[in-house]
Design a protein around this ligand. Structure first.
Ligand SMILES: [Mg+2]
Length: 368
């Protein structure tokens, strides 16, 4: 049916919601609109960090992952609110529903970001740029939120492009402009290049894609190991990674090593409360549910054990994670054994298990 006379470039869209959590809060609470708003840990609390800052707050230099205390110093009249992950998750589901009108090849990166492969779109629109425009319009129209979109021939360039005209941006980088775009792109902006690598590149005199292009694949591999080959290809506009609709994190964990070894069940359970909350927040952010909950224990003699429990259906609620971790702890608890580390992880992500439920599954269900 479709014409296939042209070179088969893929059509990839990267959609990124603008200041997602903060925009949702401003949408739902008119009194927050036009104000510097920080969603995340409260500055009074210990160790709270900024999850998302509104654009007004960004004007004061506040950004994600910054300690909330520091954010308050930068902008003493900023408003701080705790995240409502359940609400964000629900909106994320609606955004995905909009994507699915055009393609089933959707790879979520988090609640507010996804890659779409629209090489063959369900509605036979044919133009990725048009689809991106329609998706943005639908999000604005139906959800009263804005998204930025990057459109290109691969994931890397699409992701870089979505950042260019933020907020409410739309940037198309066509096949013939991909290499030129990569040549001018500062290496520090490369997705996946962290501070350490950026610093190393700077020392080597590598500032833009063009600088990297001057090096051979062997030279890049020597300096950057496996990533070297990736850099070699990406500055030439080559990124063959597929959009993976079931891109799965294998497991998701949080753990804590304590300042002193714990000896009482009360202390341990109090710590598990915090760790369970961390795992739970991460699950929500990634929009994941897991069937297996694992408790990791490291004793004061550094011996480590893990105990796990699986469920017939994926779980993602804080109560179940917390209760299961505590149950596993109680089973293994020995008064003579002090504990220096506790960790909780979830794994076995995926769809509902439709296999017939065995006895174990049924019994486990009853427990919760
Ligand atoms: Mg975003």
């Amino acid at each position: 049916m479709e014409a296939t006379s042209e070179i088969a470039y893929r059509k990839i869209i990267h959609i990124d919601m603008d200041a997602f959590y903060a925009s949702v809060e401003q949408r739902d609470n008119p009194e927050y609109r036009g104000k510097p708003l920080v969603v995340g840990g409260l500055p009074e609390g210990r160790g709270g960090v900024v999850a998302t800052a509104s654009y007004e707050a960004r004007g004061f230099g506040i950004h994600s992952a910054m300690p909330s205390k520091q954010a308050l110093k930068l902008c003493p009249h900023a408003l701080f609110v705790r995240p409502r992950f359940e609400a964000y998750k629900e909106i994320s589901r609606k955004i995905r529903e909009i994507f699915s009108r055009y393609t089933d090849l959707i790879e979520p990166l988090s609640l507010d970001e996804a890659y779409l492969d629209v090489t063959q779109d369900k509605l036979h629109i044919g133009s990725a740029l048009e689809i991106a425009w329609q998706i943005k319009a639908a999000i604005k129209d139906e959800l009263k939120l804005t998204a930025s979109a990057g459109v290109s021939i691969n994931k890397f360039v699409a992701k870089m492009a979505s950042d260019i005209n933020k907020p409410d941006g739309l940037k198309f980088i066509g096949p013939s402009s991909v290499e030129a775009f990569m040549e001018t792109l500062p290496v520090a902006k490369f997705y996946g290049v962290g501070k350490v690598t950026a610093e190393k590149m700077k020392k080597m005199g590598l500032f833009t894609g063009a600088d990297i292009k001057n090096l051979s694949e062997a030279e890049l591999s020597r300096s950057f190991g496996k990533s070297g080959r990736f850099y070699y290809q990406i500055v030439r506009g080559i990124d063959d990674r597929e959009v993976q609709p079931h891109r799965e994190t294998k497991s998701l964990a949080a753990e804590d090593t304590f300042a002193y070894d714990l000896s009482t069940l009360e202390e341990m359970e109090a710590e598990l409360d915090k760790i369970a909350k961390l795992v739970y927040d991460r699950l929500l952010k990634k929009n994941l549910k897991g069937r297996t909950i694992t408790l990791k224990i490291k004793y004061s003699n550094f011996k480590q054990i893990t105990r796990n429990k699986s469920f017939p259906v994926p779980v993602a609620d804080l109560e179940t994670i917390n209760a299961t971790a505590k149950q596993l702890l109680r089973i293994t608890f020995m008064e003579t054994h002090r504990i220096r580390l506790l960790g909780i992880s979830l794994s076995n992500f995926g769809e509902l298990d439709t296999r017939p439920k065995g006895k174990i599954g049924a019994d486990q269900l009853k427990l919760f």
